[in-house]
Design a protein around this ligand. Structure first.
Ligand code: 6PG
Length: 232
């Protein structure tokens, strides 16, 4: 399988294409298993998509939302991914928050336990299977809070870990690990802007350890990009 690229004209079209993928994954998950688990990225790019998600889905019933990463800040801090997502979504969906205000190691362990308790796991590795990871990419090739050359990229035996010395502020974060992103039924990257063209081309051409976003697996992995991020 190869990573699929869908190029869209501008931010509105990117959001519409992303919504189509998300709604499809949610409907299929609910039809097959009675519940849909999505993990969401922070950052600016997916905001427009989140703002339209409630309308596109019609109902939050049986939809559980998770975070693939969080910044180590309180939930009312302007940098909080929870704050951004909660405001963009509106309403009251089931939103599993990472405690950015807590000790990061404790917050990671608590979130890992919550995931194990709520999400069905693979038989072999016992990894919780998220139906769709909605991800972003940084210009350096990071995804979630997995940064190039950082030790968290190599962790295979945990689901969620603290991150220190992040090159993207704030420096302390909490992130899902690669095995969790890889165990998902699908992955959707939302990318806009010419500064993402390098990592997008690496993601499409195959894995490269210097670009953690290219290590998440290519099966059911879709990139929705504007022409600049697609290198056009
Ligand atoms: C975070 C993110 C991070 C983000 C990318 C892209 O908490 O910072 O989850 O991985 O998705 O850095 O961010 P933008 O969409 O703002 O470019």
């Amino acid at each position: 399988m190869a990573v699929e690229l869908r190029v869209q004209d501008g931010p509105e079209e990117v959001a519409a294409a992303a919504l189509e993928v998300i709604v499809g994954a949610v409907r299929e998950a609910i039809a097959q298993r009675g519940v849909a688990h999505l993990s969401l990225a922070g950052g600016n790019t997916p905001k427009r998509t989140y703002e339209q998600l409630a309308g596109a889905l019609g109902s939050w019933e049986n939809v559980e939302l998770w975070f693939n990463d969080e910044r180590a800040v309180p939930p009312d801090d302007p940098q909080s991914n929870f704050k951004m997502v909660a405001e963009a979504l509106g309403g009251h969906p089931t939103l599993h928050r990472i405690a950015g205000e807590a000790d990061p190691e404790a917050a990671a362990q608590t979130y890992e336990r919550e995931m194990r308790a709520r999400i069905e796991a693979t038989a072999e590795a016992g990894l919780p299977v998220i139906d769709l990871h909605v991800l972003g990419i940084g210009p350096d090739g990071h995804t979630a809070s997995l940064f190039p050359g950082h030790p968290e990229v190599e962790i295979r035996d945990r689901l969620v870990v603290p991150v220190h010395d992040s090159p993207k502020p704030p420096p302390t974060r909490i992130t899902m690990t690669l095995p969790v992103l890889q165990a998902g039924r699908g992955r959707l990257f939302l990318v806009t802007g010419a500064d993402k063209a390098g990592p997008v081309s690496v993601l499409l051409s195959g894995p490269d350890r210097q670009y953690p976003s290219s290590l998440v697996g290519d099966e059911n992995t879709i990139v929705v990009a504007d022409p600049a991020a697609a290198g056009r």
